[in-house]
Design a protein. Sequence first.
Length: 257
Amino acid sequence: MSKLKELLKRKEVIAGEVLAIVIIVSLALLFLQPRVAVASVDPNGRLIKVSNIDYAGGNRTQIYLISWYGCPLGATLSWSLYLALSNIGVNCGVFPHYSKYIPFFGEAVPGLLFNESTASGNIQFFAIYLYNEYLNATPYGNPVTPSDRVSVGLNEIKMLAPSWVYNLVKYWNTEVKINVDGKMEVIAYARTHLVTTLIITTPKGTWIMLGNPYMLSPEYLMHLKVTPGELLAQIKSGEIPEPIQNASEYIVSVLRQ
């Protein structure tokens, strides 16, 4: 009987020690995890002001589009951005293009791809594409795996854009939680890649938006049942669908500040 009591007591001691170790390890992991801030404003579909600084300097305005060839949101944004730039005198070279096929909708989004850079007076526009149509390579054909898409994208931006652009994209994509499909998450890790990002810096400050303008959706463009080339010709002729017009005016309202 005494041996049984001794054995039970020994098991209790071991169980207590194991529990203590589990608690210590859990607390250590908790404190070692990187602290991720929760954004007080939501840049999804809206241009939010993130700084009073004009990073371009010299009374200039600079617009940066960060996207990828197959992005449905980038395709959606491209129409309002193209029209906005045209309305302020920046004539961009564009190529009609479809986004990646979206199984949920059974089709792709008509869009435009921009030339890398365009300037007009004191306004400069830069388009940087990070990945190919299918997110499995860079635009230059270098292979990309799902686990390294974020780091590869950041390295591309670091090479192709000023440090302030890199810092803004990195922060809003990887260092802050925003609303992602109803959950507060870090969007680049939720999506496994850097998302389409529009940055505008003017003498009045700097703005950022993730994805497409809230008043223009991918679904709307798909329901038009036109090719990218047909829609581009329609816009050039002055027949502009109202949601595209509204979204372009939204962008212009910031550019003219």
